[in-house]
Design a binder for this molecule. Structure first.
Ligand code: AMP
Ligand code: ZN
Length: 481
């Protein structure tokens, strides 16, 4: 197998993956803050993390993957200013913070499953508060100071604070809001003491008074508890490269009393950018209110795996633009692959030869390895699959085996999906999808028989229902309202 090269944001270079524990790969991904739905931009981060996990499994490593659930500690600003996200959501929805967390966690888990994301470990931050307090006590004397509002980390006590952030921008500290009394703008809370007279739903006793942990400490503690420090790879969206991950690294160094940054490789996916309307709407984000959930795509009729394909078509370090036309194109591409595979399955059945009678050669098995080993080049894996699907010289059995192999990496369920699964199927009950497709099938038969008057009549009947058949589509199945 080819060496696996991954881009490390910390060194700004491609590095060969070498596991810390032989035969094992340990990965930690920053997970959702469960005060609201995750939008499809957030889900891009988990498709990326899942792809990384699939590649490590493909390479033969025994994978341990953690995606934590942030159910406490995250303020509306990443830098300890603003309101507590969980408490604010609880107040505005008239529910307890605990109920809010359980609800959004379960929706998140459903979305992971719908995107074929392999089940990670997903521990909740609130189950690790004791360990966070112990960590705070261990680093307090040398690295922290107290204010009425809590225990703060002094970023000048560790070497080269913010190296990760400076890799991407020199703005650094100017983006960080200030808290009264902090020594340096970039200092951050390890513990937030509940102000006198204020009531919090989620709070614990600590040496620094009753209160709640800061957000950054949870990822240091949970990754150490579940994977041990140092571990192999830490992932997150590129926004985390600026504040959250530099702060994790600082805490890890303080705790290790040395240069150990906790994880050896830090990887970041770029943003999903919202281009549904013209002009630059910027990264998809919850603060604009106008964000899309996976359910919103499903309601419009799209199969969730069309969104997974949309993500895989772009390299994870490139921005990805979201438009409805782009999603439709991804759905069509997926449908094309699925229909080509259906044909191969039929050919194989007709040949009466079992799939295994044409084992793949080493070279054929390696076709995807090179692409994926080059910093997870999923766009290239996709074009390689398509080339194999249309390679008439290769026996159907081999082509199906190649697809099976590629799909371990892609997670698109290429051998399980059918064209019917991928029908554009909007929830709007006024649209009779099956009826429309029946007419399209009749029209295709008429066209095949060169009965153009029938085929035109059917097209007109569909147009009367507001359905436009897209004849440019070589599969002949595309239509839109
Ligand atoms: P949050 O729930 O806000 O803590 O974010 C969960 C994950 O989604 C983090 O890894 C973020 O970095 C990532 N993320 C947030 N917005 C986007 C976006 N528009 N595109 C890609 N990833 C994002
Ligand atoms: Zn984190």
């Amino acid at each position: 197998m080819t060496d696996l090269k991954l881009f490390n944001s910390l060194t700004r270079s491609l590095e060969t993956f070498q596991p810390i524990h032989p035969g094992e790969a340990r990965v930690y991904s920053c997970g959702p803050t469960v005060y609201n739905y995750q939008h499809v931009g957030n889900m891009r981060a988990y498709v990326f993390a899942d792809t990384l996990g699939r590649v490590l499994s493909f390479k033969g490593y025994d994978l341990r993957h953690v995606i934590n659930i942030t159910d406490v500690g995250h303020l509306t600003s990443d830098a300890d200013a603003g309101d507590d996200k969980m408490e604010k959501a609880a107040a505005s929805q008239g529910k307890s913070a605990w109920d809010i967390a359980r609800h959004y966690q379960s929706v998140f888990e459903e979305d992971l499953a719908r995107l074929n994301i392999r089940k990670p470990q997903h521990p909740r931050a609130t189950d690790y508060v004791e360990a966070m307090i112990a960590w705070g006590k261990a680093i307090e004397d040398k690295h922290c100071y107290r204010l009425d509002s809590g225990l703060y980390f002094d970023v000048t006590t560790v070497p080269d604070y913010g190296r990760l952030a400076r890799a991407s921008t020199d703005e650094g500290e100017s983006r960080i809001d200030t808290v009264e009394g902090k020594r340096h703008a970039a200092d951050f809370a390890i513990w937030r003491t509940t102000p006198a007279g204020e009531n919090r739903q989620m709070e614990w006793d600590s040496p620094w008074g009753r209160g709640a942990p800061g957000w950054h400490i949870e990822c240091s503690v949970m990754s150490a508890e579940l994977l041990g420090h140092p571990f192999d790879i830490h992932t997150g969206g590129i926004d985390h490269r600026e504040i959250h991950h530099p702060n994790e690294i600082a805490q890890n160094q303080a705790h290790a009393c040395g240069p150990d940054t906790g994880a050896r490789i830090w990887m970041h996916n770029n943003f999903l950018v919202d281009r549904r309307k013209s002009g630059d709407l910027g990264k998809m984000s919850k603060s604009t209110g106008d964000f899309l959930t996976l359910q919103a795509l499903v309601d419009r009729g799209y199969h969730p795996l069309a969104y997974r394909l949309l993500c895989l078509q772009a390299h994870y370090r490139s921005e990805l633009e979201f438009t409805w036309d782009g999603l439709t194109a991804a759905l069509t591409r997926l449908k094309r692959m699925v229909m080509a595979i259906a044909k191969l399955k039929a050919d194989l059945a007709a040949s009466k030869q079992p799939e295994g009678s044409f084992p793949l050669s080493e070279q054929e098995r390696g076709a995807f390895d090179e692409a994926i080993s080059s910093d997870l080049n999923t766009p290239e894996v996709l074009t390689t699959v398509e080339a194999i699907l249309s390679n008439k010289k290769m026996p159907a059995a081999k082509r199906i085996q190649s697809v099976r192999l590629a799909d371990d990496l892609l997670g698109l369920d290429l051998l399980g999906l059918t064209r019917e699964d991928l029908r554009l199927n909007p929830v709007d009950a006024a649209i009779d999808v099956a009826g429309i497709e029946r007419l399209i099938a009749q029209r295709q038969e008429a066209r095949a028989a060169k009965d153009f008057s029938t085929s035109d009549a059917i097209r007109d009947a569909l147009a009367a229902q507001g359905v436009e058949v897209m004849d440019g589509d070589p599969l002949g199945w595309e239509w839109k309202l």
